[in-house]
Design a protein around this ligand. Structure first.
Ligand SMILES: *Cc1c(COP(=O)(O)O)cnc(C)c1O
Length: 428
């Protein structure tokens, strides 16, 4: 599909062009297996010599069509869906870093990814150094080691709401000969395309805005095709030397820079670990993508209106939203996301933890959920939910104060939402 097409068009048309008499909508290929006439036909697929489907743990046509749509939106060369955002980030990193290797990651990332790196991948022998995303290039450089294989950050961090200086991170990553992996879940390719700023691999929890209706857990990995693995054949031996588990195929030779990363990730990690997205979920995701540009506009407009309302309220102690003038990340947000960022805000009430609990109890439209980034407005008080085992001192240390309320602005009418917030704050 023509890469110059606008996002609104790609969201509807990319990834699937029906032939004569074929279904207009992306078909759900609800089949585990695919039939062939001869063993030779199938053998070619197993040797990665012919293209085609044989088992839905490796690839499924519905999932591939939706992945291709997301690749077009991000401006990448190849993509794959995964069963969750967690699987997407794990696969993207583990595809280049394994036992004995090291990753440099921003501290301002999703809690699940922080655990994945700091606990589970560590147990697998992959070491991590967390860096302050606002650190200077020199400070970032100091985190690198000879065995560093990737750098990782989030465009807009969940829940810290810091904005990543993608160009700065890409510059340091590339100076050290490693790819920059960016989790673009909160911004979505509608508001930011990290590849244009130097990111090499982009990941998503499609569970959030891309699905957008709170119906299906999923993830996606997109490759820019720009990182030249063959410049560092020893460092990225898995991509540049024969894979004995696949009849000696060398991914960069057979599939070029455009396809090597995703083919290896599918052929090895999806084959062996199997975190697939179901065709049904992929179909829900494709429906979500069709309206993504329009929904993001509304999420951002609601986020902006509500952030401004909160900022002007005498009972609100502080508000964090990168669309607010004066926010620490306003300038970076203007650079990377001039048309809007996302609909997630964090704020604290005068009265701290107790006030937060009272406020949330009285919300009528906003519901209490651990989820974010879908059509329904919801909020979470981490100190009494996801982070409830922590003391106030521990909460402060990880940047989630005891008073912090995370509010995800949905698609409802902004005046209705503001009225709801106003009556709940009045109870405090
Ligand atoms: C939710 C989230 C994830 C994890 O995704 P799941 O689909 O829940 O597995 C990863 N990164 C970010 C930024 C997220 O918000």
């Amino acid at each position: 599909m023509d890469k110059k097409l606008h996002a609104e068009t790609l969201c509807i048309q990319a990834g699937y062009t029906p032939g004569n008499g074929q279904p207009r909508q992306i078909p759900i290929i609800q089949s585990t297996t695919f039939k062939y006439a001869t063993s030779e036909d199938m053998g070619k697929l197993f040797d990665l010599e012919a293209e085609g489907y044989f088992y839905s743990r490796l690839q499924n046509p519905t999932c591939d069509m939706v992945a291709a749509r997301i690749a077009a939106l991000e401006g990448g060369t190849a993509a794959m869906l995964t069963g969750s955002g967690q699987a997407a980030n794990f696969y993207a990193m583990f595809n280049v870093a394994s036992c004995g290797d090291h990753i440099v990651a921003s501290t301002a990332i999703y809690g699940g990814t922080f655990n994945l790196l700091g606990v589970t991948m560590k147990r697998m022998g992959v070491d991590v150094t967390f860096v302050d995303p606002d650190a200077s290039e020199e400070e970032l450089q100091a985190a690198f080691r000879p065995n560093t294989k990737a750098m990782f950050g989030e465009t807009i961090a969940n829940p810290a709401l810091t904005v990543l200086d993608i160009e700065k991170f890409a510059k340091v990553a590339h100076a050290n000969g490693v790819p920059l992996i960016v989790d673009n879940t909160f911004a979505t390719p509608i508001n930011c395309r990290p590849i244009e700023w130097g990111a090499d691999i982009v990941t998503h929890s499609t569970t959030k805005y891309m699905d957008g209706h709170g119906v299906a857990v999923g993830g996606c990995i997109v490759d820019s095709g720009k990182f030249d693995w063959t410049k560092y054949p020893e460092k990225f031996a898995g991509l540049c030397t024969p894979d004995e588990s696949y009849h000696g195929v060398t991914y960069t030779e057979r599939f070029g820079l455009a396809g090597a990363f995703i083919t290896k990730c599918t052929a090895q990690l999806m084959r062996d670990l199997g975190s697939v997205q179901s065709p049904q979920s992929a179909f829900y995701l494709s429906l979500g993508l069709e309206s993504l540009p329009f929904r993001m506009k509304q999420h951002c407009a609601n986020g902006q209106a509500i952030a401004e309302f909160l900022q002007s309220h005498p009972k609100v102690a502080w508000v964090k939203y990168c669309g607010l003038k004066g926010d620490r990340y306003y300038d970076l947000a203007q650079k990377y996301m001039p048309n809007g960022s996302c609909g997630v805000i964090s704020f604290g009430l005068v009265g701290g933890r107790k006030a937060a609990e009272t406020f949330m109890k009285h919300l009528k439209l906003g519901s209490i959920e651990t989820h974010v980034a879908d059509s329904h407005t919801c909020c979470l008080h981490p100190a009494s939910a996801t982070h409830r085992q922590m003391t106030d001192e521990q909460l402060d240390a990880c940047g989630v104060g005891a008073d912090l309320i995370r509010l995800s602005c949905g698609l409802e009418n902004a005046q209705d939402l503001i009225a709801d917030l106003e009556q709940a704050i009045a109870q405090v």
